[in-house]
Write a protein that binds this ligand. Structure first.
Ligand code: ZN
Length: 167
């Protein structure tokens, strides 16, 4: 890496340590030309593209804040929510993309939230997917009954949707 002080085209790593549970690495570097020291940070990119077009780093806290309301009065504790946010982050990182649309984050929340608590899931889905009639709830509940939560991969869900629509 180029020295930010004298623009020398190389620098030496003098210290390297993991921070934030190993999701970031900080390196202390030294320029062999001018002797200046500086720090760099390496982190796997995961940015969220908001509806406005602006981007911001993915935040587990925001995922938790987003589902906490739906979990009010339900047997869901902070550890459950932290684990859910972790699973959402993992599934988003699995896509391999550095930038992800905000609505995809909402989609990624649905499956783990359903496994956590079906009532909280219904509440969240009703807001997130704009349920505006009893039929929307009935359709979703029929789906919940038709598809066990252990098999929430998209192909199974799609089959269940087409079955539900035929009936
Ligand atoms: Zn330098």
């Amino acid at each position: 890496m180029i020295c930010p002080f004298c623009r020398h085209d190389d620098s030496r790593v003098v210290d390297s340590r993991q921070v934030e549970d190993g999701t970031q690495i900080r390196r202390r570097r030294e320029c062999p030309q001018c002797g200046s020291r500086f720090s760099t940070q390496e982190t796997a990119l995961l940015n969220i593209i908001k509806r406005s077009g602006a981007t911001e780093p993915f935040s587990r806290e925001k995922v938790v804040a987003g589902v906490r309301k739906a979990c009010q009065g339900r047997p869901v504790n902070d550890d459950d929510l932290a684990l859910l946010a972790q699973r959402v982050e993992e599934s988003l990182r699995l896509t391999g993309q550095a930038e992800i649309e905000a609505q995809e984050v909402g989609m990624a929340i649905l499956a783990p939230l359903r496994e956590l608590d079906e009532v909280a899931y219904l509440r969240y889905a009703s807001v997130y997917r704009n349920f505006n009639s009893l039929e929307d709830f009935e359709g979703e509940i029929a789906l919940l009954r038709a598809v066990p939560s252990s098999s929430t991969d998209s192909s199974v869900t799609k089959n269940a949707i087409s079955t539900a629509q035929k009936n």
